[in-house]
Write a protein that binds this ligand. Structure first.
Ligand code: FAD
Length: 408
């Protein structure tokens, strides 16, 4: 007999049952989210026992909606543990060992263990398969040496997703393996890198004779690229596929700014032009939001395909235009960057006013078309995997990695 399909109303009932057992307004984050995981409401498309119910990922919006209706305190996954929840969890579920699934998933969701991603290197970003960090097997351990860069949240992370070269004689894509790295291991040196915003949300990492136990490999030895693709596809969906409520997120800030400043600052003619520009951005935001909702509802349980890359491209480019428009709305004042932006590690979204938030986001949004794969690389994926255009020439694909000329 086919398994009973859980309906929307049943999902709502499950949320109400959860709230009777633990309420976010009355208990702390770890306790509440731990219970949410146990009820299968963390990520509903995951299997039962791993924080899910094995149903369509689209049902997660029902969980969020029911929580919003019944509690003042709501949690944003992407603020709590963006890399752990967005990328670590699906990677562990797809390629992790039973120990990893049982011991790591719940703590990722609660936010007890923050995660980071150690892929990029000084000589390998878009072409991450060209990476040079080496892992050499020594008995029960892999010994790792190398350098990673742009590692978001590494300074607060418990676990890292580490991609390293285990066979330099193989072609670049087939000589890598994927490891779960304990960020507290001896030999892991994390140093801050400051961005144009003044914040250091990411780091450079030096790995010197770091010992990784042999059973901390994800997937098989030499098949790290396959595992990395799972991480990357989920990263793009996490960045591009986030769906704020209608009129919320960046476009909401822009509209608020406009309402509070327009009458005082603009001539009637200029106001008409700006109004038109903001309306267009609003329509584009709404189109993207609805496209993401449709893609999520249509997706069966499992890992996302190229739609994540398309959403990421659209989101990154739209976000930049929204914050550019916000600077035009603010006018000359946008050139002043307040002293509150001294160099620091990022706290949560603690920018006090819409004005400050817009200035910060204008600078931060430049990174949107770089992080998680650049817009040019997203267009390559769109061209090849969605439109079926011929791939770009890849002359180094089949030769041993050690024979590929390198600059770093
Ligand atoms: C805010 C932020 C957070 C990040 N967090 C992490 C993290 O946590 N972990 C991690 O591992 N990495 C992280 N990254 C790194 C990010 O993934 C890389 O910066 C990105 O993939 C680009 O690599 P690169 O900087 O080496 O640029 P390059 O790959 O050197 O690219 C330089 C330019 O060449 C273009 N280009 C390159 N190849 C092609 C091609 N085939 N076709 C067309 N154009 C091309 C690019 O689009 C770009 O404009 C982060 C980056 C940022 C900005």
């Amino acid at each position: 007999m086919p398994e009973h399909q859980i309906t929307e109303e049943e999902v709502r009932e499950r949320v109400r049952a959860l709230l009777k057992e633990a309420h976010p307004d009355k208990t702390d984050q770890f306790t509440f989210r731990g219970k949410q995981f146990d009820h299968g409401l963390a990520w509903v498309h995951f299997p039962k026992g791993y924080g899910g119910l094995g149903i369509s990922p689209g049902m997660q919006t029902i969980v969020a909606d029911e929580l919003h209706r019944n509690a003042k305190t709501t949690y944003d996954d992407m603020a709590i543990n963006p890399i752990g929840i967005g990328m670590g969890a699906p990677t562990v579920l797809t390629h992790g060992t039973e120990w990893m699934k049982t011991n790591l998933l719940r703590r990722i969701f609660t936010g007890e263990d923050i995660w980071c991603q150690l892929f990029s290197e000084p000589g390998a970003g878009s072409d991450v398969a060209g990476l040079a960090t080496r892992a050499v097997r020594e008995g029960d351990y892999w010994k790792v040496n190398g350098q990673k860069v742009w590692t978001t949240l590494a300074h607060v992370s418990r676990w890292g997703m580490l991609l390293a070269r285990t066979n330099p004689d193989a072609p670049k894509h087939s000589g890598m393996s994927y490891f779960l790295l304990d960020m507290k291991s001896p030999g892991v040196d994390v140093r801050p890198l400051y961005q144009i915003t003044g914040e250091a949300e990411f780091n450079e990492i030096f790995l010197t004779d770091v010992q990784v136990p042999a059973d901390r490999i994800m997937g098989k030895e030499g098949e790290g690229w396959k595992v990395a693709i799972t991480t990357l596809m989920n990263e793009r969906t996490a960045i591009g596929g986030a769906t704020a409520r209608r009129g919320g997120g960046a476009i909401g800030v822009l509209v608020d700014l406009w309402k509070s400043r327009a009458p005082a600052m603009y001539s009637a003619a200029h106001e008409t032009v700006m109004r038109d520009r903001i309306t267009r951005l609003y329509i584009e935001s709404e189109l993207l939001r609805m496209t993401n909702l449709r893609a999520r509802a249509a997706r069966k349980a499992g890992n996302p395909g190229p739609e994540g890359s398309v959403a990421k491209l659209a989101q990154a480019e739209l976000n930049k235009r929204i914050w550019e428009c916000a600077m035009d709305v603010i006018g000359g004042e946008s050139l002043v960057y307040e002293p509150g932006f001294a160099r620091r590690r990022p706290a949560a979204n603690d920018h006090p006013s819409r004005l400050l938030q817009a200035k910060y986001q204008f600078l931060r949004s430049r990174a949107n078309s770089i992080e998680g794969g650049t817009s040019e690389v997203m267009r390559n994926i769109l061209g090849e995997r969605v439109l079926g255009l011929p791939g770009e020439p890849r002359g180094d694909k089949d030769i041993p990695w050690k024979n590929i000329p390198r600059s770093a």
